[in-house]
Design a binder for this molecule. Structure first.
Ligand code: PLP
Length: 381
């Protein structure tokens, strides 16, 4: 079906942060499959691990114990400080699970039918409940009736949030940094106060780190930078480095509301997907990618800021780690086409924001090369 406004480009191969089209032309990939190709393309360790797992067992039902799933659960719980994991296949599915778990948690306490507050401009997925949770009207049109039980408040507006919380509220669901909504950072102070509010009112804090998690923002999870922890955490995108996998984690007390039969997924956490995610985590550690994200992210933001000083069309540079946005005073789409013509793949985050999402193992030279192309296209304006 014609669900995507595709770029006029066919990509057939990749190596590191470089991809090739069907005419043999190469591009620097600062999209990474929308924050998915954590290790770039065709990382040899990933290729070998997936080939070995494919030769052993691709899929095994969750009716059985799955050692790779167990290992991945142990790694993710250790890294996040949370206690239980449910594996699925995408970001929307992880958030759908989080919404169900939050509702069940209150149902188990004799408080059914409670609502979840999310932010305007948020993006949580395109399944019906995640669409309802999403704070952007444009993606909801035509899909009524959407599941009830969601309210929306502006990000970083504590007064609005406090006003929205009432005796029916179950949880607050937020992205620590809104990716699709425009690279909008939730302030650390806001997140801290939010955590306190949730504790004081007995609410669950659900963080959607589908785009920000797994090192993208310079720490394994973006929430670490605010010095807080969620009750429920969702992951996908970068977790599998290109193989579909999502995860929904929770504290022991919250996770206890999902007993056998409460939720499920045929493909969730199968051996192939878990091998991919374990390899992502292994390589991130052995190649010290968190440090690389911090350094290359600072380099990218510095470079874009320098360009902003010379080209007034860039109004603001913002982001964390390698999730970087440049807000423009003009529409971003033509510049994205110009960048592509010069050999750089970038994308938008809303109509006027250029978004940069290189692989986490991007090199300093590749960041400089991308900045040089951005300079070229801005000079042509
Ligand atoms: C923060 C966030 N949550 C959820 C999703 C939905 O993920 P998926 O497309 O894997 O369902 C996205 C996708 O862009 C996202 O950025």
């Amino acid at each position: 079906m014609n669900t995507y406004a595709r770029f006029p480009l066919t990509l057939v191969r990749g190596d590191g942060a470089r991809v090739w089209d069907d005419d043999g032309r190469s591009y620097l990939d600062f999209i990474s499959g929308i924050a998915v190709n954590t290790l770039g393309h065709a990382h040899p360790q990933m290729t070998a691990a997936l080939a070995a797992q494919a030769a052993t067992m691709l899929h095994c039902s969750n009716l059985f114990h799955i050692p790779k799933q167990q290992q991945l659960a142990e790694r993710l719980t250790r890294l996040s400080g949370l206690d239980g994991v449910f594996f699925c296949n995408s970001g929307a599915e992880a958030n759908e699970g989080a919404i169900k778990l939050a509702r069940k948690y209150f149902y188990d306490r004799g408080l059914p039918g409670r609502t979840i507050i999310t932010a305007t401009q948020s993006f949580h997925g395109r399944l019906l409940a995640t669409l309802s949770a999403t704070g952007q009207e444009k993606v909801k049109t035509g899909f009524d009736p959407l599941p009830a039980g969601f309210a929306h408040v502006p990000l970083n507006d504590m007064a609005a949030l406090k006003q929205a919380v009432n005796s029916d509220t179950a949880a607050i669901l937020l992205e620590p940094l809104q990716g699709e909504g425009g690279v909008n950072i939730a302030d650390a102070g806001y997140l801290k106060e939010l955590r306190q509010l949730c504790d004081a009112r007995g609410l669950l804090l659900i963080l959607d780190e589908v785009q920000t998690g797994i090192g993208r923002c310079g720490s394994m999870f973006a929430f670490e930078q605010a010095g807080i922890a969620p009750d429920i955490l969702t992951l996908a995108k970068g977790l599998g480095g290109g193989v579909a996998i999502g995860a929904m984690l929770a504290t022991e007390q919250v996770a206890a509301s999902f007993g056998p039969g409460a939720h499920g997924s045929t493909f969730g956490g199968n051996p192939l997907a878990c091998t991919a995610a374990l390899t992502v985590l292994d390589v991130m550690e052995s190649e010290q990618l968190l440090e690389n994200v911090r350094q290359r992210g600072a380099q990218l933001r510095r470079g874009l800021q320098a360009l902003a000083n010379r080209h007034a069309v860039i109004r603001e540079v913002r982001g964390l780690g390698l999730l970087v946005g440049a807000e423009l005073s003009i529409d971003a789409a033509p510049l994205i086409a110009d960048a592509r013509a010069e050999g750089l793949l970038i994308l938008m985050a809303g109509p006027r924001v250029l978004r940069f999402l290189p692989p986490l193992n991007i090199t300093a030279d590749e960041v400089d090369a991308a900045l040089a192309i951005v300079d070229v296209i801005l000079r042509k304006l």
